[in-house]
Design a protein around this ligand. Sequence first.
Ligand code: GTP
Ligand code: MG
Length: 321
Amino acid sequence: MTTAVKSKDLMQIVINLHDEIKKHDTENAHKLVELANKLYHQKLYVAFAGHFSAGKSSMINKLLDEQILPTSPIPTSANLVLLERGQEQVTLYSSAKESIELAGDYSIEQVKEYCKQGDEIERISIKKPYQNLEEDIVIMDSPGIDSTDAAHKLSTESMLHIADTIFYVTDYNHVQSEENLSFIKEMKDRNKVIFLIVNQIDKHVEKEIEFNHFKKHIEDSFAEVGLHPQDVFFTTLKDDQHPANQLEQVKDLIKVIVEDKKRYIDQNVHDSVTQVVKEHLEKYEDQLNLTDVDEKEVRIRLTTLLEQKQTIEKKIKKEEK
Ligand SMILES: Nc1nc2c(ncn2[C@@H]2O[C@H](COP(=O)(O)OP(=O)(O)OP(=O)(O)O)[C@@H](O)[C@H]2O)c(=O)[nH]1
Ligand SMILES: [Mg+2]
């Protein structure tokens, strides 16, 4: 990972691209605004994503030592929740990007209900003076992903650009699903910093298979999609004394990332800008097939954007030397 990418240069690139993209593509332009925002405020986003009912929300509650997110054996979280240290404030965002602020006047039970209402509420930001969370770190919880729920997938995709690190959580019984492997592979291809957490290892039965064999088997499978064994963690939230529980290692890793947050933010913004441009271009390539689009104009724009993308890549390469 390059340490030399300059935030100021990056900011200028993001602004230029935004000005270019916003005329035709509000969705990707909005992503660039979010990237510029996080770059300016130097906020590190740590995201939890993964299989439904794996224990994402329970794990965040445990890390923060607050029962703030709803948890249940049935699929529960329905929107993105951003948790941040600050003065008490809850903000609800609709899919039309409208927001409602609830200052002080709400109960935890009410907030938990909002977290289950995916149709009306797209995102929730919960600020509280969390003792276990440093300033300028945002923890993100997302709805569980499975092949049948397109809305939940979209929800996860809508936050990937701002996520500087992703903890992909799966429960003990669904580790090797095709979905998990393909998600991790895709994130690795996008140069995302991603870790796998195999939660609920209290469900392991040693008589069925030795834990070390199970662990090795999982590490080998995920090595094939680019994950190093040291990036795979085995946890339980129900048995703190479990000999294989690595929850403390997960906490330590988050601390290490937080200490180096600038590097993670800069690298992610750079990679995400490239990804946003790619998605924008793909949208336009699709439109090239439509008869009512001025093909010449679109081709000129494509060329401009490709040149800008190449400039970013050249700049990064030069600074890496
Ligand atoms: N046995 C066991 N159960 C766990 C563990 N962690 C969480 N659970 C339980 O698993 C269920 C699902 O937990 P959640 O935290 O709601 O999972 P989630 O990944 O946020 O689920 P969705 O938001 O619906 O995708 C709850 O009943 C938890 O109590 C664990 O380590 N071991
Ligand atoms: Mg949840």
